[in-house]
Design a protein around this ligand. Structure first.
Ligand SMILES: [Zn+2]
Length: 201
């Protein structure tokens, strides 16, 4: 990557190390607002109640997750990991859009800034993410040892139920159903491919 014009001028005039560091610090500060995320206050009770109703998890008043609005690109990177994200970018492959993600380590739901806050899809998204929250606090997520795809089918199923019962975005339900099935097959690993071929014949 070529150095920017601004950067070359600063080095070209024999700037001292202090000046260079100061310059770098200022450039860094200028970048921060782009990374800043907004915390959102939301009543998560309806979503946790819904997820409890359709799963076998329990909830004993643990603190509910924080919600933060984050840049779309970062939410995609959180969801796919930087390696898979970069691979897809370089191959020009479009990864399915992820509108939100629950990070268990931070007990935080990150919502993509691409989704308008008054959009009904926010509710759908929260119903899905609250399943991940319950999986986390009930010890299921940890038991997967990183094979997190196994947590997805259940979250998609609860999401579908929310969409169906509350009549939100009904045309996408079929797609969500496919995602759920795919996640269940992926969860099975090599047995998943065997299952898939057996079902095709
Ligand atoms: Zn999920």
């Amino acid at each position: 990557m070529p150095l920017s014009f601004d950067f070359q001028i600063n080095f070209g005039r024999g700037a001292s190390v202090e000046k260079i560091l100061l310059r770098l610090a200022i450039s860094f500060l200028a970048v921060i607002p782009a990374f800043a995320f907004a915390s959102i206050k939301m009543d998560l009770k309806p979503y946790v109640d819904f997820a409890l109703e359709w799963t076998s998890y329990s909830y004993h008043g643990e603190p509910l997750p924080k919600i933060k609005l984050e840049r779309h690109q970062l939410v995609q990177i959180f969801a796919y990991g930087d390696y898979e994200y970069a691979q897809a970018e370089s191959k020009g492959v479009e990864l399915p859009t992820v509108y939100a993600i629950y990070l268990a380590d931070e007990k935080t739901i990150y919502i993509s800034d691409q989704l308008p806050l008054n959009d009904k899809k926010i509710d759908v998204t929260l119903a899905h993410e609250m399943v991940h929250y319950l999986q986390d606090i009930n010890g299921y997520t940890r038991s997967l040892n990183g094979h997190t795809v196994c947590s997805e089918s259940e979250a998609y199923d609860v999401q579908m139920l929310w969409q169906k019962i509350k009549n939100v975005d009904p045309e996408s339900i079929q797609y969500v159903y496919q995602r759920s099935t795919l996640a269940a097959i992926e969860c099975m690993g090599s047995k998943g491919s065997a299952f898939h071929s057996a079902m095709q014949n």
